[in-house]
Design a protein around this ligand. Structure first.
Ligand SMILES: *[C@@H]1O[C@H](CO)[C@@H](O)[C@H](O)[C@H]1NC(C)=O
Ligand SMILES: *[C@@H]1O[C@H](CO)[C@@H](O)[C@H](O)[C@H]1NC(C)=O
Ligand SMILES: *[C@@H]1O[C@H](CO)[C@@H](O)[C@H](O)[C@H]1NC(C)=O
Ligand SMILES: *[C@@H]1O[C@H](CO)[C@@H](O)[C@H](O)[C@H]1NC(C)=O
Ligand SMILES: *[C@@H]1O[C@H](CO)[C@@H](O)[C@H](O)[C@H]1NC(C)=O
Ligand SMILES: *[C@@H]1O[C@H](CO)[C@@H](O)[C@H](O)[C@H]1NC(C)=O
Ligand SMILES: *[C@@H]1O[C@H](CO)[C@@H](O)[C@H](O)[C@H]1NC(C)=O
Length: 333
């Protein structure tokens, strides 16, 4: 009986001793980490109290346990059961692992990387885990405002793309009053970023502002002066400038070139006639005087030839200005 009591005491004592050897720890991190799209991010994970985690298993995973975001087992990294989206992008920083600090670095974060990450740590006789939220953000494009006739109403449209998280859009007039849109649309692009589009009925002559911002207070703003006609310059205006204005300019420049060529030709003919006259002059003094009279008349004809085309300098200027009258009409339309 005494020996049974003795064994029980031994058993209890030994289990107490074993319990004191099994070191309990707590796994901790920060609540959330914000990272810009395409940047590198470090997700913290540590043990308290401070202890060596070199011999422990460290598993980083998104809500589903397997495949892992990153696995550290038997003292080294194991990439055989890794989520394909993290291939070549994760690194367990082991510099301070002997003191229980082993953050995870994720390179070039994508929109899909957003979400909850679990840091699960297991020693031979204990385990623990913590959760860290990763929020990936992106500032979208500068909003573009343009006008359009939409279902026979004159409207102004504002568009911006590339936002993370989801963006919202506000229209304001030049007095700072909010303008309520008649239609608004938000959609995801191929990179899981958000695009936003908003339509208002075109206000009277004023300066309208479109502000787009996401929930982490990143924003972009554009303003547009509505002209007296009530239409801001649109892509179509730019289009007509390229399709109408520049070809017209090209035609004008081409005709100027032709005119110059013509003038040059006429001038060389004139000089030819003059040089022929000079040859004749050397022949005979008597004939020279007669020829001189003829020469004058020839010069008269060639001069008349030039003026017949109407290409003296003053005419040239007026001709060049003629097409610019309808042209101004086009470019300001
Ligand atoms: C991983 O990155 C290294 C260097 O950054 C590169 O040489 C290698 O091709 C990459 N592997 C994959 C599978 O992308
Ligand atoms: C490791 O710990 C030391 C001391 O606290 C610190 O200076 C160092 O930056 C840490 N290394 C990493 C990679 O965090
Ligand atoms: C980052 O990721 C994007 C899309 O996944 C890729 O197009 C880009 O080349 C990557 N950049 C670097 C520096 O790896
Ligand atoms: C991260 O995103 C979650 C869910 O979208 C949100 O509840 C949390 O406030 C965000 N954290 C930060 C720091 O923006
Ligand atoms: C166009 O304007 C009319 C009258 O103001 C309005 O009833 C109609 O809903 C508008 N249509 C659109 C598409 O905004
Ligand atoms: C625009 O001007 C007209 C008359 O000038 C007025 O009736 C209308 O309420 C104005 N609209 C806005 C949005 O200010
Ligand atoms: C239009 O309004 C915005 C914001 O109020 C201002 O920054 C901008 O200078 C204004 N533009 C013009 C042309 O008045």
């Amino acid at each position: 009986m005494a020996s049974i009591m003795y064994l029980i005491v031994i058993f209890i004592l030994s289990s107490i001793y074993k319990e004191s050897l099994s070191v309990r720890f707590k796994v901790s991190s920060t609540q959330s980490v914000v990272a810009a799209l395409g940047s590198d991010v470090v997700l913290p994970c540590r043990l308290t109290p401070e202890m060596n985690a070199e011999k422990m298993e460290i598993r980083w995973f998104k809500p589903m346990y397997q495949p892992y975001v990153h696995l550290y087992i038997n003292g080294k990294d194991d990439y055989s059961i890794q989520m394909p989206q993290f291939t070549n992008r994760t690194e367990l920083i082991k510099e301070n692992i002997t003191r229980g600090v082993f953050p995870l670095r994720i390179r070039n974060v994508t929109a899909q990387d957003s979400g909850e990450y679990y840091c699960f740590v297991e020693s031979s006789d204990h385990h623990g885990r913590t959760i860290v939220q990763l929020n990936v953000t992106a500032v979208g494009s500068l909003p573009v405002i343009f006008s359009k006739t939409y279902e026979s109403n004159d409207t102004a449209i504002c568009e911006s793309y590339g936002w993370l998280p989801e963006a919202s859009l506000i229209w304001t007039d030049n007095l700072g009053n909010q303008v309520i849109p008649s239609k608004e649309k938000v959609f995801k692009d191929e990179n899981s970023c958000y695009c936003i589009m908003s339509i208002i009925s075109l206000p009277n002559a004023s300066n309208i502002t479109c502000t787009v911002s996401n929930s982490v207070k990143q924003s972009q703003q554009s303003s547009k002066q509505i002209l007296e006609t009530g239409h801001p310059e649109t892509c179509r205006d730019l289009y007509s400038r390229y399709v109408v204005f520049y070809p017209c300019l090209a035609v004008i420049l081409l005709s100027c070139g032709c005119i110059c060529l013509l003038l040059k030709r006429l001038r060389t003919k004139d000089e030819e006639i003059r040089s022929k006259d000079d040859v004749i002059r050397t022949k005979d003094d008597v004939i020279k005087q007669l020829r001189a009279a003829q020469c004058d008349s020839v010069n008269g004809i060639s001069a008349a030839g030039i003026s017949h085309y109407g290409w003296n300098s003053s005419d040239h200027v007026t001709y060049g200005n003629v097409p610019s009258v309808p042209l101004n009409g086009i470019s300001s339309a």
